[in-house]
Design a protein around this ligand. Structure first.
Ligand code: AGP
Length: 372
């Protein structure tokens, strides 16, 4: 078993380390030298892709967080409205679906029953279903109209890491491809997006090379009983993902919030010493939410929080308010989750290991949930 883990203590650590290659494999053969996307495997005709007037992304758990990120990218690049929904809720509320709806189901295992039932419901309503999946030939891609495999390689640890990062990248591919095919406003941005996607594996490698201080920090957090995660824009789903990782691995109460919602209630939770992880958007982000998140860090710190700040290299505005600062490489706003998620994976893994827990097989969980 030690050999299977390539010398790592846990499969999760091995899979975290494999992420640069996994992301590169998701992109492999799909980006042309001329800056176009090549997704012939989608098996939907250009006409079908042009007719789409609404997208649903449907998934569970971590894959659902990938879907939340997809919404920001797909809407921005294509101007098609996107809804993101938990598979276990989707079909029970009678969603409005027809021939011109694209339902993107996201599943690492391809066997998640809630997601499978949602996909069957969507197809019954004549929607087109595209699966983003890792496990080759599994049930979800077999029953879908089209599939985009993430090619992350087998994921053994119950907690999804490379599965998630590659789902996010596959969602970007779908969004950029829709923009390319439809030739809408942002189509000329596709070539730029392609270049930015190509740069991602190297950036993940850079993040991984700087994780020792994060491990040290994790060890100092192992006895906490609650951690809060704040983010905004695509940092919000990253906050949710960071919290989920911590819950499932370390059994510590954790919650992710949209940073702007703090003042509407959750800020009352902040007490002396409460650890708060903040995912800061790029200072260059066109959405200009950076300054607002910096204010959020100040607000929680003024109320006693111990702030753990994840910010881009060169972002000096956060320095005065960060008790702990984790740097990530400069990345375009929409793609930032591919780098900002990585320290949160390492944090959760190390906290769980420090607590003496089984990182790969957390209690009460199965790798793939095949019951509804
Ligand atoms: C991730 O860390 C979880 N163990 C879980 O939320 C998982 O993402 C979810 O069950 C969906 O699985 P799938 O991607 O195989 O469909």
């Amino acid at each position: 078993a030690a050999a299977e883990k390539d010398g790592f203590d846990w499969f999760m650590l091995k899979e975290i380390a494999e992420q640069p290659k996994a992301v590169a494999d998701t992109l492999l053969g799909r980006l042309s030298d001329t800056g176009a996307l090549v997704l012939d495997e989608l098996r939907l005709t250009e006409q079908e892709l042009r007719d789409i007037d609404k997208v649903f992304v449907v998934a569970c758990g971590t894959a659902y967080h990938a879907g939340l990120i997809a919404k920001y990218a797909i809407e921005h690049w294509t101007r098609i409205p996107v809804e993101v929904e938990l598979a276990s809720e989707f079909r029970y509320r009678d969603p409005v679906l027809d021939r011109s709806t694209l339902v993107v189901v996201v599943s690492q295992s391809g066997e998640t029953m809630d997601t499978l039932m949602a996909l069957r419901h969507a197809r019954e309503q004549k929607a087109k279903v595209l699966a983003i999946c890792n496990a080759n030939g599994s049930t979800i891609p077999r029953e879908s109209d089209a599939v985009l495999y993430t090619h992350a390689g087998p994921e053994v640890a119950v907690a999804s890491t490379k599965g998630f990062l590659t789902q996010v990248v596959a969602c970007y591919l779908v969004g950029a491809f829709l923009a390319q095919v439809r030739g809408v406003k942002y189509a000329d941005e596709v070539a730029a997006i392609v270049d930015e996607l190509r740069a991602l594996p190297e950036k993940v490698t850079e993040v991984l090379a700087t994780m020792e201080p994060v491990r040290e920090l994790a060890r100092s957090l192992a006895t906490e009983d609650t951690l809060l995660f704040l983010g905004r824009h695509v940092g919000y789903p990253v906050a949710l993902e960071g919290a989920l990782k911590l819950k499932e691995l370390a059994y510590i109460h954790a919650e992710g919030f949209a940073a702007g919602e703090l003042k509407h209630g959750s800020i009352a939770l902040i007490d002396q010493g409460t650890p708060v992880v903040v995912i800061v958007p790029s200072p260059l982000s066109r959405e200009s939410v950076h300054g607002k998140v910096v204010s959020n860090i100040q607000e929680v710190r003024a109320r006693g929080a111990r702030t753990i700040v994840i910010a881009e290299e060169g972002d000096e505005d956060v320095v005065p308010f960060a008790d702990h600062l984790i740097r990530v490489p400069r990345t375009p706003t929409l793609l930032a989750p591919v780098v900002t998620t990585v320290p949160l994976q390492v944090l959760a893994c190390e906290i769980a290991a420090t607590r003496g827990l089984d990182v790969d097989q957390p209690r009460n969980l199965a790798k793939s949930v095949t019951v509804e």
